[in-house]
Design a protein around this ligand. Sequence first.
Ligand SMILES: [Zn+2]
Length: 257
Amino acid sequence: MRHFLLTDLEGPAGVDSWSQTRVEAGPAKTAAMALLTGEVNAVIEGIHRADPRADVLVWDGHGNGGILGGRLDPRARFLPRPTPLREPLADGVDALYFVGQHAMAGTPGAPLCHTYSSRTVAEYRLNGRPAGEFACRAALAGELGVPTVFLAGDDRAVAEARALVPSIVGAITKIGRGVEAADHLGHEQSCAVVRAGAEQAAGLARQIAPLRLGPPYTLRVEMLPGHGVDGHVARGAERLSDRAACYRAERMWDLPV
Ligand SMILES: [Zn+2]
């Protein structure tokens, strides 16, 4: 099977400050990347325990880079930024895993929660419901028949995933206490939880249903104060107000998620 890992830098144990994730480079960012890379390697190991012939792809989903490619388990293939997410999906994958994931913007008590841009986006709504990166991308994969089988991240991110995919395997790396506060597992312990969860998820992958929302699709984007929607309108969204715009499409594939 081909297992596709979508990674982000805000969700590993040990990461709960924007100063670890927003900067382009520096010791705090590198340390956070090492924590994420360790958890990603734990996922790769867990998958291989369940599926020794696994083909694992790792896609770096963090805007300014979240993975230390040189430290990645060499059994996996690394897709660094800025490889478009659609490329590997179009090539065909069998199961989707989220590693290092955070909750959607505005989630109470959720560390480093945001939706795509932590600086500009107030809320996304997909088919009328508040949606984070998880919902958008799980639905994108689901439309292609790909199940989302695993999420590693804080407890709020796991709850957000379970609300949409009840049988998803969740691995909780930390308990959220605020936007920049969490009770963390130690790195070794977090890797152990993530490894066990990924092994379980890989074993269950064929039994977990893809998330299919069904057309027609609407994606309503609301920006934070001070940020407009000109960019979204230029990409085909209808302007609803100064800070809100809505995309409409018959396929998830045609939405900017
Ligand atoms: Zn993110």
